[in-house]
Design a protein around this ligand. Structure first.
Ligand code: ARG
Length: 287
């Protein structure tokens, strides 16, 4: 009898330990406050200051795509997942020497659906599709140069890449380093939290969210992608005109997806990211 009881007790203890472990490892579902836009931003492509030729070609292409309704069609098809476009580089590294001229080298950070992302090992997304049309227009071969987002502007400035196509927001600070083409998309930063979040539950507007963020302490962590307007909105950056939230802790990640994964795993309390990427990354994290 004693043996049976102690065996039962041991089993109960093991079960309790396993379930405790499971619940603390369990990935939570996340949700996006899509209605409450924390910023108003516009995307454009970045070119080197002296590269008016490329800037004009890109502007011409964008104007055509806007005029014939193609731009909306392209954007919608990547938003609703009906797009079929993918691209694979034809060479394994950025071409050099005399051959370089035959290529349009596009700097991006391909972890930003639906603007740029990997589908298997192929590149896809709104920007990648427009990049292919631009290369076609210039009669060049497209080379997509995938790098950290915070390297995109520098690589364009240095001429390592010809153009930055990375869901990039135009702002005064960036305009000091590079030129931008005409704008092709309007976006905003939004907040992502866990589905069971209580902190922001009664927010009814973007202002409410900002007020809540202002009340948090250093132990409250906001995840963002390094070098992005989301990072600057959260951490603050005088040059970019963001006061930021000095009261809380802003964590920078290489990609938005890594930030949202840490949110699901309770390593950060919220994520601030561009709206459509936030929606799509949250969806795939929740699967
Ligand atoms: N729009 C934001 C910015 O310009 C985020 C862009 C991130 N893009 C990317 N391809 N990861 O800072």
């Amino acid at each position: 009898m004693k043996k049976i009881i102690s065996f039962a007790l041991a089993m109960i203890m093991i079960l309790a330990a396993v379930s405790a472990l499971a619940s603390c490892n369990a990935k939570s579902k996340v949700k996006v406050y899509t209605e409450y836009e924390l910023t108003a931003e516009k995307y454009a492509f970045a070119v080197a200051k002296n590269n008016t030729e490329l800037k004009e070609a890109a502007n011409e292409l964008l104007a055509d795509l806007k005029a014939n309704g193609e731009l909306d069609k392209i954007i919608n098809s990547f938003f609703d997942g009906t797009a079929e476009f993918t691209y694979t580089n034809t060479v394994s590294a950025v071409p050099t020497g005399a051959d370089r001229e035959n290529y349009l080298v596009v700097a991006t950070n391909a972890y930003f659906p639906p603007f740029e992302y990997y589908q298997g090992n192929k590149l896809s997304g709104v920007d990648m599709k427009i990049a292919s049309l631009l290369a076609e227009k210039l009669d060049k071969t497209l080379y997509i140069y995938d790098m950290n987002f915070d390297a995109v502007i520098l690589s364009v400035q240095k001429g390592q890449a010809d153009i930055g196509m990375a869901g990039m927001t135009v702002n005064e600070e960036r305009l000091k380093s590079v030129d931008f083409t005409s704008e092709y998309y309007e976006s905003a930063q939004v907040l992502v939290v866990r589905e069971d979040d209580k902190v922001f539950a009664d927010c009814k507007s973007a202002d409410d969210i900002v007020a809540k963020l202002e009340k948090q302490e250093k132990s409250f962590k906001v995840g963002t992608q390094n070098g992005t307007t989301g990072f600057m909105f959260s951490a603050g950056n005088e040059d970019f005109g963001y006061d930021g939230f000095k009261n809380l802790t802003t964590s920078g990640y290489d990609t938005g997806a890594l930030a949202i994964l840490d949110l699901a795993n309770k390593k950060v309390d919220a994520v601030i990211l561009d709206k459509q990427p936030a929606i799509m990354i949250a969806d795939s994290t929740n699967k």
